[in-house]
Design a protein around this ligand. Structure first.
Ligand SMILES: [Zn+2]
Length: 354
């Protein structure tokens, strides 16, 4: 009934997408039906979509997010709207904040995401649409969501304590972004050391007032071990990522770590920012805090920061390539054994060979 009202910049009915196989494995390129905009919805054309550690965990079956098509980082152009009042959006560049403050992540998690030529922003998620600054290059836009999360981490830490020496456990994009940008968000920070969960050499004799966990889900116990060793008595443990749901650790008795992290979601800050605990090994007092995602305002701030210092951030984009090459790269990354000589992968959906 709305078809005659729909205002579209394109007439095509299908498009190419990176579609997950049922179960576990890398996505395949498939032709899928183009979504249809109902009043309040946007149909958007993806420019570049980023691949992050969470996406790889979904592809490997470590997480059970149901979206058939992943992708929650990137930029797109609004190509079709159904409501007359939305016509002004046609042709606008947008990003979508994947983490609403009212629940769990949606775009690219529960809903089909940006790893396709066109995707739907349903009306109920319109409040998560963000307009990037005109100067922001499309490739750098895939770092906006992780950078916003790093800035959010800094804003929480400075409310909890005055962090000076920080250890980030996890060598992925988040670890690298913490090294570059945490001081921007939290002025007391003097030092950010990044380590992986399979290496401790170099930090055994060092102590840190703050430890940030940003490794992958399967490494959480190892990451916590490194954190407990490195943290000083009375220090802060920030849960950034890589926690299974309802996760508890026997060394932190009585604490539901996932719940502490979820208190601060999508930029909303919970009534109690931290949980106090004493470790059973070493008997250190620890303030535990954490967060998931960011506010729209922080996403915008991250985009402004990326536009202002492109040369600082662009080296983090290990591969930005066309969808065919991206599919091959993902097949290697989720293969057995996994081959992943990259940190950040960008899929340029403007570059189809077929
Ligand atoms: Zn992500």
């Amino acid at each position: 009934m709305f078809s005659s009202d729909r205002i579209s910049l394109t007439g095509s009915k299908s498009h190419l997408a990176l579609v997950r196989p049922p179960g576990v494995g890398a996505p395949r390129l498939e032709q899928v039906r183009k979504p249809v905009a109902l009043p309040g919805d946007f149909v958007c054309r993806t420019l570049i979509a980023g691949v992050c550690g969470t996406d790889l965990q979904i592809l490997r079956g470590v997480r059970d997010d149901p979206a058939r098509i992943l992708g929650h980082e990137g930029v797109a152009i609004v190509e079709e709207v159904a409501a007359k009042a939305d016509q002004r959006w046609l042709g606008a560049t947008i990003a979508v904040n994947p983490t609403p403050d009212w629940g769990s992540a949606e775009l690219g998690h529960t809903l089909d995401g940006m790893m396709q030529q066109r995707f739907l922003v349903p009306a109920r998620l319109r409040s998560l649409v963000v307009s990037p600054p005109a100067e922001l290059a499309a490739d750098l836009a895939i770092l906006a969501e992780p950078l916003a999360s790093v800035l959010t981490c800094g804003s929480i830490l400075k409310r909890v304590a005055e962090p000076i020496r920080v250890l980030a456990v996890g060598r992925g994009t988040i670890g690298q972004l913490l090294r570059i940008a945490l001081k921007t968000a939290c002025a007391s920070v003097r030092d950010v050391v990044v380590t992986g969960t399979k290496e401790t050499s170099g930090i055994e004799d060092e102590t840190f007032d703050t430890v940030i966990l940003c490794s992958s889900r399967q490494d959480v116990a190892a990451a916590l071990s490194i954190g407990f060793d490195a943290l000083c008595d009375g220090g802060t443990l920030h849960l950034f990522g890589g926690l299974p749901s309802e996760y508890r650790d026997p060394r932190l008795p009585g604490v539901n770590l996932s719940e502490v992290r979820a208190r601060n979601t999508g930029g909303r800050v919970g009534r109690s920012l931290t949980e106090q605990c004493q470790t059973t090994i070493g008997h250190k007092r620890v303030s535990i805090t954490g967060h998931r995602g960011s506010s729209n305002a922080m996403l915008t701030q991250a985009m402004i920061e990326l536009s202002a210092r492109p040369d600082t951030y662009r080296p983090l984009l290990t591969i930005v390539t066309d969808p065919e090459e991206a599919v091959r790269t993902l097949r290697e990354a989720v293969g057995d054994p996994p081959v992943r000589p990259w940190t950040k992968l960008g899929i340029d959906l403007r570059r189809w060979r077929t």
